[in-house]
Design a protein around this ligand. Structure first.
Ligand code: MN
Length: 253
């Protein structure tokens, strides 16, 4: 019996190590990752965000009419592509081994790195998340029970949550992001960050696990909405991918 247990333990360790490597994180990096990531539940075993751009799961015109095809194409192939490219350069210059260092760990200790790293590590992470939390209007859904209950617990109602999120997005001065984050106190909180900062960064006033966020840089809406940021925000709710948000939340917190 003892042998069987040892064998199953060995096999478990082997499987875990494989899963870890598959996620692109070396086992050696995990302890410091866990130490540095202070936000709720992120224990270093989760799949980290790759340093390169992932393919979009939909066509450039898939989010019309909320976000038009030209905005999506330029946003993805020019703006976001530049963040990924510049992140690669910054990693080389600042000796970050992208094979062994989770991007989330770099963000959690961003104060140790250059402004170029801050802007582009944030820019790349934020956009990789942004593409995934949107989906064609036809496949958009409402948040399911468990997550919807949490929203009601922390904001009283779904409408109150939306209003608060909209206000954060509308009032972020200049360029930045509005976020729904899950804090270390296990609460959902809304806030915003300037430029390409995000709630994983040690320098951010708003801290927590980024559940969802909206890009309110003019490049995200100007071609269709010009100066009318509130119209873009209103239309954006039609393409929120609640299925993905819910899955991501449950897998990470
Ligand atoms: Mn953007």
């Amino acid at each position: 019996m003892k042998n069987v247990n040892n064998e199953s333990r060995r096999s478990f360790i082997k499987t875990s190590a494989k899963a870890t490597l598959a996620a692109g994180i070396s086992a050696a990096a995990l302890p410091s990752f866990a130490e540095n990531i202070k936000f709720a539940g992120y224990n270093g075993q989760k799949k980290s965000t790759p340093y390169t751009q992932m393919p979009l799961a939909y066509n450039y015109n898939a989010l019309e009419p909320s976000v038009n095809a030209m905005t999506m194409e330029i946003h993805y192939t020019k703006h976001a592509a530049a963040y990924a490219k510049n992140l690669g350069e910054a990693c080389t210059a600042e000796n970050i081994n992208t094979q062994t260092t989770p991007l989330e760990m770099v963000l959690a200790s961003i104060s140790k790195y250059s402004t170029k790293m801050r802007n582009n590590a944030g820019g790349h992470y934020n956009h990789e998340l942004f593409w995934k939390i949107m989906a064609p209007q036809s496949s958009a859904t409402a948040p399911a029970a468990k997550f919807s209950d949490l929203i009601t617990r922390d904001f009283n109602s779904f409408d109150a949550f939306k209003t608060q999120f909209n206000d954060a997005a509308k009032t972020r001065f200049g360029s930045g992001w509005a976020w729904l984050v899950y804090t270390n106190d296990k609460k959902l909180v809304i806030g915003s960050t300037p430029n390409q900062d995000n709630p994983l960064m040690d320098i951010s006033d708003l801290k927590g696990f980024p559940v969802m966020g909206i890009d309110v840089w003019e490049h995200a809406y100007y071609l269709k909405y010009q100066n009318k940021r509130p119209d873009y925000i209103t239309a954006w709710w039609n393409i929120v991918n609640w299925n993905f948000i819910q899955q991501r939340f449950e897998a990470n917190v």
